[in-house]
Design a protein around this ligand. Sequence first.
Ligand code: GAL
Length: 660
Amino acid sequence: MPTKPFFLGADWNPEQWPEQVRAEDLALMREARVTAATVGVFSWSRLEPSPGVYEFGWLDRVLDGLHDNGIGAVLATPTASPPPWFTLAHPDALAMRRDGVRLVHGSRDTYCVNAPAYRAASLRIVSALAERYARHPAVRLWHVHNEYGTWCFCDHCGRAFRSWLRERHGTLDALNDAWTADFWSQRHTDWAQVLPPRATQYLGNPTQELDYRRFLSDSMLSAYTEQRDAIKAVAPDGQVTTNFVLGGWVPVDHARWSREVDLVAIDHYPSTLDGTPAESAFAADTARGWSAAAGHGGPWLLMEHAPAHVTEHGVQRRKPPGMLARIALGHIARGSQGAMYFQWRASAGGAEQWHSAIVPHTGPTARTYHELRALGETLAASEGRAPSCRSAYKKAPFPTGEAGLPAAGAAGAGGGEVAVWFDEVCGWAVGASHLPAPVDYQGIVEGWHRALWRRGYPVDVVPPTATLAGYRVLVVPAAYLLTDESARRLDEYTREGGHLVVTYLSGIVDEHLRVRVGGYPGALRDMLGIRVEEFDPLPPGAVVTLDTGDLVTGWTEHLTAPGAAVLARYPDGRPAVTRREHGAGRAYYVSCDLDEAATARLLDGICAAAGAAPILPGLPDGVEAVRTQDGVWLFNHTDEPHEIAGRLIARGDVTRLPLA
Ligand code: GAL
């Protein structure tokens, strides 16, 4: 069985430092048993200081230095930040905002992905880079670009959008039909009239907006595959990826992109300090789901996360001691092939000079460096069964799983019992401003995941293309946009014995955002045995108590349940939560936004009936269990010690229980 490289390290920007600091960095990395450094991410102006003039000498020395120290390189292509000379020469290749304002140089990510000049210049520098380093022994992974996800509304995009639409819809009539163009006199009579969704007087066309995001996702994907293919042309065995940014604001359908990378790689920056363990579990379970559904079997890589802080509402909250290792090991237990940080050494200047780093401004005496070194030792020792990262790295890629490092054990990657459905395209549709109430799609999905995570169920987060058979329970939250094919697959899953939990605002519109009329949720109504007649979202602060005592905020509905048993009712006796036997399985409908305690109670009942059990029942709040191929890993995220299965776990600690 081929082993996979293991990545412990960070983004490293040696071009910002003199030789002597670079040498110190290499020694520090070696001492910390770092196995890889990501280099070159934003180095275009150093690599090509003027058009067609390349300066690779400094990068040769960087890669040689890494190799001499037994450290691999994740070699990035620099196309996320074109140099100033490019901007001056090609003003048409700068991104244009929705309101027609052309952005200028001075930050990063300021280019139009559809501008021919940008694509040509990108291909040139990437081909030159690939040719030079195709056989460099330090290169372990090619890292194309950085966090694809930019927006542009310029004429290049307009032209490309029209061709994309012709491909997707075929005829103008079909486009008009899909976009419901008879609403507000939007019927097009010539393709030239079709535009990107630029700034408008009032609400724009939601389907035009959704198609534009799909189009941008495909445009960026073609920019990625162009670079990938240029690398593979000279380095056919090279492993190529790009780092995904999580969060619905980027117009990138990562599940679809996962098929085009050799290793699914994500960056993860949680939004709250206290919520970091749950947010990290969600990110990891999502990445594993993308990897599995794309045919990679489940492994993935945490390409970036912050070593010492979490930015919470604009405030950098300091990560307490111990969190660095705990979060990294949690990701590794959930299938990551390592833990990479942004960044190795904190910049002295520039826009991110206050971002935390393994080596902060204080220098390597700082605790962050010592914590990373301790993590490096833990990973290398791995209970005595793993070879040291460094020595193993030189001879062969560092193995996981059989060598004693945690290896993902949840399904898709092998064994999860519960799945949560997550579709970024649906999230774009739900995020539109014309819905009956503001709805936070990812927040809802994460809420269901968090309820399961807190109760200790092994969970996979799965895209619509995932294999569903094998999960005892599948939760489908707020799947507003549901294709016919997805509806068919959910029906089949349930008839074959699955326990399906569908929440409010699911199955409402088709892929063109057209309501499936006749009673919501049109796509699933018969299977669920219910009929929703009206939505009744609640104003902020309003709380409704169901007859079960469960509390509801945010969303309620008026429905009848002609073919389902009623499990909970609104105060006026109307059905709120229902269940229907369907084939060999069951289909539940939750018409309201239950609070977390109620969600957990409901899930406990559903999971018990389906035969899905927590990894270790009755864990104290804040103690997390992850089942892997070589045991159950326990993470104590609390400030107190806990005794679990006869073993004392110190506060903030991580331990492994061998398999029974
Ligand atoms: C990431 C990005 C890095 C760095 C980091 C700061 O999104 O890829 O280059 O900017 O954020 O948190």
